[in-house]
Design a binder for this molecule. Structure first.
Ligand code: SPV
Ligand code: MG
Length: 432
């Protein structure tokens, strides 16, 4: 009997899956791999049910003779284990990022003399409806909120990108790339105060009020499912911060990061070039504790951001604050620096990890941008935030186009730099 293998990474079974099984049965014994959570979230949607439930779901399909775990996105190990004669998959993997997986399967089958079979992808109203329903479920506060903690456990490092609108949210949500033989995507989104303010043409001085910042969250949440980390600036007055925590939690935000500054907050990347005042340890600890007391779920995280290196107060001060803030209840520590080299950040992380092995550490490598994610992982860092790159990419591109339209008195010369009209009008999926 020939062996035919397929891999499912789904929370539900629809006609398309059943069709693949039916087709597969024509070739031999059907073995189905269930993709591990770790592999699934590296390029696909976050599962809404446990791995065990996904496994049982596949087991219950008539016509499946064996169910196995597939640990990796690519098929090398599983093919070695199972030695299938055929690999079968919906033909949707012929285009887009999933093509890399198909290429991998084709090259493995070429080596063993096997064959890849592409089944026409089932597109019907029922399949689209189920897809949409599960996507909606992922975007609901109770699912989205807890996902950051889950990702910290599942991912070597949680890759977070700045978003400040529905459109940038869609980029964070949908961008998947093939790189070094595997697929990758962002895990989470950062609602940066710098970029949220800049998008509104305002300085980053806590001028954009909370109601407006919540509106940005709402715009992003409307079109995405990934977890949100909110830049809460100083958190404001303790009496106000407790309300902010409640609102963020209710909106499904996973974490707020507040920085230990008081008075007129300026962007950290100004460093000591402008007047900025660091909060006392005692007062900031009170703010953290008040926030922790206000939150209603175990999912939400309050992350304390330390400005000692930015304000040149020294490593000892940074470490002392980190330990005090954790003691006060902080669920994570963000350490910031505006040095070109990552030396002081890495020194902090190594020293912090000597006494604290578990509290998540967050970094924002805007200035020390030569550091790689692998290096961050090696120093015990859990979350990396690419805090402003989308905004900084868009502004010069728009400015150049604006200048050239003025220069040429028409728009023809800029056209080659623009997204085709056909693409922009169909960029956003309509709800049917
Ligand atoms: C932001 O993105 O708003 C931040 C990070 O707070 S930084 O601009 O580096 O201070
Ligand atoms: Mg900020």
């Amino acid at each position: 009997m020939k062996k035919i293998y397929t891999c499912f990474c789904t929370d539900f079974i629809h006609d398309g899956h059943l069709n693949i099984i039916r087709e597969a049965q024509k070739y031999g014994e059907v073995i189905v791999g269930v993709l591990s959570d770790k592999a699934m979230i590296s390029y696909n949607k976050f599962p809404t049910v446990s791995f065990k439930e996904r496994f049982q779901l596949i087991k219950s399909i008539k016509g499946v003779s064996e169910v196995v775990i597939q640990q990796d996105v690519m098929y090398d190990k599983i093919v070695e284990e199972i030695k299938p004669d055929y690999i079968i998959h919906g033909d949707n993997w012929k285009v887009g990022p999933m093509k890399a997986i198909r290429d991998n399967a084709v090259s493995l089958m070429a080596k063993t003399g096997g064959k890849v079979i592409d089944v026409p992808y089932t597109k019907n109203e029922h399949v689209s409806m189920i897809d949409a329903k599960y996507n909606l479920k992922r975007s609901m506060p109770e699912y989205r909120r807890k996902r950051l903690k889950e990702l910290i456990n599942l991912r070597d490092i949680v890759k977070t990108i700045e978003v400040h609108s529905g459109l940038t949210g869609l980029i964070a949500e949908k961008t998947i790339v093939e790189c070094n033989g595997t697929l990758d995507q962002f895990d989470a989104m950062w609602i940066s105060s710098l970029c949220d303010s800049t998008a509104k043409g305002k300085p980053d001085i806590e001028l954009v009020d909370m109601t407006s910042r919540f509106r940005t969250i709402s715009d992003v949440a409307e079109v995405t499912t990934k977890p949100i980390i909110f830049d809460g600036d100083t958190g404001g007055l303790i009496e106000h911060f407790v309300y902010t925590v409640r609102t963020l939690e209710r909106m499904g935000v996973s974490a707020v990061i507040i920085e230990d500054k008081v008075g007129l907050k300026k962007n950290s990347l100004f460093g000591t070039e402008v007047k900025q005042t660091q909060d006392s340890i005692e007062h900031f600890c009170k703010k953290i504790s008040a926030g922790k007391n206000a939150q209603l779920t175990d999912d939400f995280m309050i992350i304390a951001r330390i400005e000692s290196l930015i304000l040149e107060q020294g490593m000892e001060d940074a470490l002392k604050r980190a330990l005090s803030f954790v003691e006060a209840g902080a669920d994570g520590i963000m350490i910031h620096s505006r040095k070109k080299e990552p030396t002081e950040i890495l020194e902090f992380c190594d020293l912090f990890r000597k006494t604290n092995k578990t509290t998540p550490v967050v970094v924002v490598p805007s200035s020390f941008n030569s550091i790689t994610e692998d290096e961050l992982i090696a120093h015990g860092i859990n979350i990396v935030i690419y805090a402003n790159q989308l905004t900084r990419a868009a502004f010069p591109a728009m400015e150049e186009v604006a200048k050239d339209i003025l220069k040429y008195h028409r728009a023809k010369e800029v056209d080659s730099r623009l997204m085709p009209i056909k693409e922009i009008i169909s960029l956003i999926d309509e709800i049917k």
